[in-house]
Design a protein around this ligand. Structure first.
Ligand code: NAD
Length: 310
């Protein structure tokens, strides 16, 4: 029986991944501090005894022993707040870089040979080539968050080559859907619930990015693990088009049944320090492997908004 450990498994993407792993009949242990995630996200699996939750901070000790006998670790635990990383970078350095180092060390000690890691489009910074392929250089992140994930990728590569591990590194576009606790859609829904007449939009609203619904993302993650045989695999995961922030606002407003909402733009081509105004990933590598996104960005946004409003 495959035994997967999911760090950050009580969070947004992690809990959807856990749903899928349980559906495949795997044994699943989740390690999560519940700093951002919640027990509710795993509710039914915990009640049915199908998932074990180890409530622990990766920066502390004790959780490492739960890796004994694992087939692989899906390492998702991280501080994903790009905006905050330009204000107080310490959390990203500790939770992302040190957290990843500590996971790799625990894997080495307990002889767990496979890691699947959630990296990000932000490792590319403001790429000159769009859609951006995985072999694009120079990798020049513009946020501390992006830098922290690039550092994690380097550490994982070195552990693969030094200690014979195997890795799948996913560079995600914006992943959206039910249980998401951060990002533009969450922000718009919260603001419109507070004030259904005026919506503040960060930047000029023209920032254009690729969005992918979380179930599509999880399908891609597992497809790569099942089908990519190299020792160190890097894959972009996203939809094959983009949508701008103004259009996202229109979709959220429409789905909330509001009319006459005035948009107030804070101005500037980026929403915050470290924001990348244009992002779309080339997914040819995943396509060659046999996976392709079934829906585009606007449809992903609409489906995510509906799920989040429920
Ligand atoms: P999330 O905040 O919902 O999930 C992260 C989980 O990690 C949370 O449950 C949190 O409690 C846990 N965690 C954080 N620090 C921890 C620590 N030190 N010890 C133990 N647990 C800890 O975020 P998400 O959107 O589900 O992101 C999951 C992963 O995917 C992250 O690595 C993120 O960087 C990456 N990612 C997400 C997106 C996106 O659009 N959501 C895009 C690119 C990459």
């Amino acid at each position: 029986m495959i035994f997967s450990v999911v760090t950050g498994g009580a969070g947004f993407i992690g809990s959807h991944l856990v749903d899928a792993l349980v559906g495949r009949g795997e044994r699943v242990v989740v390690i999560d501090s519940l700093a951002a995630g919640s027990r509710d996200n795993l509710g039914k699996h915990l009640d049915e005894g199908l998932v074990t939750l180890v409530e622990a901070d990766l920066l502390g000790d004790g959780w490492q022993r739960s890796l004994a006998g694992a087939t692989r670790v899906f390492h998702l635990a991280a501080d994903p707040d790009v905006r905050q990383s330009a204000i107080a970078p310490d959390s990203q350095i500790r939770n992302n870089i040190m957290g990843t180092y500590r996971v790799l060390e625990a894997m080495r000690v307990h002889r767990v040979g496979e890691i699947a890691f959630t990296s990000t489009s932000t490792v590319y910074g403001e790429a000159a080539v769009i859609p951006t392929p995985e072999d694009y250089t120079p990798l020049e992140p513009v946020s501390v968050y992006g830098a922290s994930k690039l550092a994690c990728e380097a550490l994982i590569s070195s552990y693969c080559h030094s200690f014979g591990m195997k890795a799948w590194v996913y560079r995600f576009a914006n992943i959206i859907g039910a249980r998401s606790g951060h990002g533009v859609i969450t922000d718009f829904i919260r603001k419109l619930r507070e004030d259904p007449e005026v919506l503040e939009i960060l930047g000029d609203g023209r920032q254009s990015k690729s969005y992918l619904e979380v179930s599509e993302c999880v399908r891609a993650m597992l497809y790569a693990v099942d089908n990519a045989p190299s020792q160190y695999n890097v894959f972009n995961i996203g939809s094959e088009d983009w949508v701008d922030v103004r259009r996202i606002a229109d979709i959220v407003v429409g789905e909330m049944g509001l009319t006459g909402v005035k948009y107030r733009f804070t101005g500037g081509e980026r929403g915050w320090v470290g924001d990348v105004p244009r992002m779309q990933l080339a997914v040819d590598r995943m396509r060659t492997l046999g996976w392709k996104p079934e829906i585009g960005s606007a449809e992903s946004v609409r489906s995510a908004v509906r799920a989040m409003l429920e």
